[in-house]
Design a protein around this ligand. Structure first.
Ligand SMILES: [Zn+2]
Length: 413
């Protein structure tokens, strides 16, 4: 990639076809996690748009940003979200019953703080996590979840086999959409899996992105927007067979696809979902063109709602300074002239400014102490959890603007 911060792709990352077409252009934006302490600090802007491959229909970003730049300040810790904690137990139950040969040896790719390995370990299974973020791997090890600080791929898979033998269950949650060397990761997963083993891949489902207008999930770290069909195609290139799936609440709509080396009978849930996907036309260019038009119309509606609040001279606070909120704010032109601040529970983000929109991030109690008349719920995918928090802990009374999914709506607490 030379010395540049980013590079456009000239071919599909999955099938290498050069027939790729831009679907939606969200404009040049700074990388979402480039939060700054000072407003005069330099900030790069990079084209943010998605394209679709005519050959394999995989939707993906048109640019690849250097991972060293994107992930240098990686601040997400899985264990902090209550939704993730609850879901980790369900994920364990669903996955364990699709595996034989208990007790299992379980490997997780990009295991973060080990939240999803913990339920396996608690029931007597052997676990190993691999995560590139050294600080987070360190936290996991301190908490008793064995974790290697490394980028998972074929080489690491070989080391795992040498030290621990083959895995009975290997999984990667919300990892594949974020890695450029996706073939190396899938190849590694297949390699370290035993002949009778089971694998699982979780990803934000393109059908939910299209149906719910999740354009805010498009940011520089999020390279791929997989359908079942495009994920099955990727797995097949590595001799892996998808046979079952479950739905996940993560990201506002994800899927967990289960796969094996042997050709197991495909579940009814799998075949029905795949058929529904086919019938909806998710793989077609025209579906994504319609999605792009709907995103532009959504931007107009949301901006009008925010401007209405500003006209009333209402103080507006945002809630949730995630990567997703960065795309939404930049694309819709909502900045520090509209929002007084953004509340976020993560202390690492406090007293920093959002990338490109210059809004100060503060703890929720500070944001709510400004007595905002309206709250823009940027972390709308945690809506249920946050509405309870706003009502009970912060005694918030006022308007809550919920930007997504689909049409923005206002509710009054
Ligand atoms: Zn392709």
């Amino acid at each position: 990639m030379g010395n540049t911060l980013y590079e456009p792709i000239t071919a599909c990352r999955i099938c290498h076809s050069e027939q790729i077409r831009v679907v939606l252009d969200l404009g040049a934006q700074p990388p979402a996690n480039s939060l700054r302490d000072r407003l005069d600090a330099a900030l790069p802007v990079i084209p943010l748009s998605i394209c679709r491959c005519d050959n394999c229909a995989t939707v993906q970003l048109t640019e690849t940003v250097k991972p060293e730049y994107l992930f240098r300040n990686y601040v997400w810790v899985t264990g902090t979200s209550a939704t993730a904690q609850d879901y980790s137990r369900r994920f364990f139950e669903e996955s364990a019953r699709r595996c034989s040969d208990h007790p299992l040896f379980v490997v997780e790719v990009a295991s973060n703080d080990g939240t999803f390995l913990r339920p396996f370990q608690e029931r007597g299974h052997r676990v190993l996590g691999v995560d590139p973020a050294e600080n987070i791997a360190c936290i996991a090890n301190e908490q008793g979840i064995a974790t290697w600080a490394d980028f998972f791929g074929r080489k690491v898979a070989e080391n795992i086999i040498r030290k621990h033998g083959h895995a009975d269950f290997v999984f990667a949650r919300n990892v594949l959409p974020h890695v450029e060397h996706v073939h190396d990761v899938v190849s590694g997963m297949g390699h370290c899996l035993s002949a009778e083993g089971t694998g699982a891949i979780e990803f934000h489902y393109a059908q939910c992105i299209v149906d719910g207008l999740h354009y805010d999930s498009i940011y520089h770290e999020h390279l791929f927007y997989f359908s079942i069909k495009s994920m099955v195609y990727l797995l097949e290139q590595h001799g892996l067979w998808a046979f079952d799936l479950i739905e996940s609440p993560i990201s506002g709509g994800s899927l967990v696809l289960y796969f094996s080396k042997d050709k197991r009978t495909r579940s009814q849930a799998f075949t029905q979902k795949l058929e529904a996907e086919d019938q909806s036309g998710l793989g077609l260019q025209e579906t994504w063109d319609r999605f792009a038009q709907a995103c532009l119309a959504h931007r107009e509606r949301l901006a009008a709602m925010i401007n209405e609040e500003v006209t009333r001279e209402a103080t507006i606070a945002g809630y949730g300074a995630s990567a997703r909120s960065s795309t939404l704010l930049n694309f819709c032109g909502i900045n520090n002239r509209h929002l007084a601040c953004i509340a976020d529970q993560n202390p690492i983000k406090h007293n920093k400014y959002t990338a490109g929109t210059n809004i100060l991030i503060v703890p929720p109690e500070v944001a709510l102490s400004k007595k905002p008349a309206a709250v823009l719920l940027l972390a709308w995918n945690f809506k249920d959890e946050l509405l309870v928090l706003l009502k009970n802990r912060y005694q918030f009374h006022g308007r809550i603007i919920i930007p997504l999914p689909n049409d923005p709506e206002v509710i009054v607490l």
